[in-house]
Design a protein around this ligand. Structure first.
Ligand SMILES: [Zn+2]
Length: 238
C-alpha cells in the first residue's frame, strides 16, 4: 500500500526533472533565446507531456534566474538588456568578493597549489581563444564555483551556480565582445591575492577581477551597451 504513492511521486519527479533539463539545455544553447515567450501549452505539446510538468519546470527555472514571469506576457526567458547584464556583474561582484574574503586563512598549501594549477590551465585556455563562449566559459564557471565550494558555505555555492547560469544565457549571445583579450595570469593573480592572507586585498582582487577590463562602473555599463548595440546591428532582436 505504502509503496504505490511513493512510486507515483518518484515517477512524477522524474518527469518534472526531465522537462526541466530539456528546457534548461534549450535556453543555455540559445534555441530558446533571451526574451522569448515560453507558452506552456506549446512547450507541453512539443515535449509530449501535460502542462503541469512544464509549469513546474518553469517555476524551478525562475528560481535559478533563467526564466521570469512578466505581466501580460507570462513566462519568458530572462531578457538580454543593459539592465540584466549589469545586474549579472553587480551580483557576481558581491558574491565573489565575499568568497575571496572567506577563503583567506582557510586554504591549506595543497589546496593553494591545486588552485594555482587550475588557474594556469584556465588562463592558458582563455588566452588561446579570444571568444569566451563554449568550453572556455564552462571552465571559467567551474573555477569560480570551486572557489565558492572551498568556503564551505552551501549558500554561496548555490548563488554562484545561479549567477553563472544567468551569465551563460547572456554570454552565449555576446560572447567575446566584453572580455577580450584576457590579461596574462588573470586567475593566478586572484589566487595569489587570496593566498597572501589579507582579507581586504583578497576582496579587492576579486572586485577588480569581476570588473575587468575597467573598474569604473560607468565604463562597464557603456561596454555592455556597446556589446548589445553590436548584437542588434547583427540582426539581434530581443
Ligand atoms: Zn574569472
Amino acid at each position: 500500500m505504502a509503496a504505490a504513492p511513493a512510486n507515483k511521486t518518484s515517477a512524477r519527479e522524474l518527469q518534472y526533472g526531465r522537462v526541466e533539463r530539456v528546457l534548461r539545455e534549450r535556453i543555455m544553447r540559445g534555441e530558446l533565446h533571451p526574451g522569448q515567450r515560453l507558452v506552456r501549452r506549446t512547450l507541453a505539446r512539443e515535449l509530449g507531456v501535460s502542462p503541469i510538468p512544464v509549469i513546474e519546470a518553469l517555476r524551478r527555472l525562475e528560481q535559478d534566474g533563467l526564466v521570469e514571469h512578466a505581466p501580460n506576457i507570462g513566462a519568458r526567458v530572462r531578457p538580454l538588456t543593459v539592465e540584466t547584464l549589469v545586474d549579472d556583474f553587480v551580483l557576481r561582484e558581491a558574491i565573489e568578493s565575499q568568497v575571496a574574503r572567506l577563503l583567506v586563512g582557510r586554504l591549506g598549501p595543497k589546496q593553494v597549489d591545486d588552485l594555482y594549477r587550475e588557474a594556469d590551465d584556465l588562463d592558458a585556455a582563455m588566452r588561446r581563444k579570444t571568444r569566451t563562449g563554449g568550453d572556455g566559459m564552462t571552465m571559467h564557471a567551474r573555477f569560480h564555483q570551486e572557489l565558492a565550494r572551498l568556503t564551505g558555505r552551501e549558500v554561496l555555492v548555490r548563488e554562484e551556480e545561479r549567477i553563472w547560469s544567468m551569465r551563460f544565457i547572456h554570454f552565449a549571445w555576446i560572447s567575446g565582445t566584453l572580455v577580450s583579450p584576457v590579461p596574462k595570469g588573470w586567475h593566478r593573480r586572484l589566487v595569489a591575492a587570496i593566498a597572501a592572507g589579507d582579507e581586504r586585498e583578497a576582496d579587492e582582487a576579486a572586485r577588480v577581477h569581476v570588473r575587468y577590463p575597467s573598474t569604473d562602473p560607468d565604463q562597464m555599463t557603456a561596454a555592455v551597451r556597446d556589446a548589445l548595440d553590436e548584437l542588434q546591428k547583427n540582426g539581434w532582436r530581443a
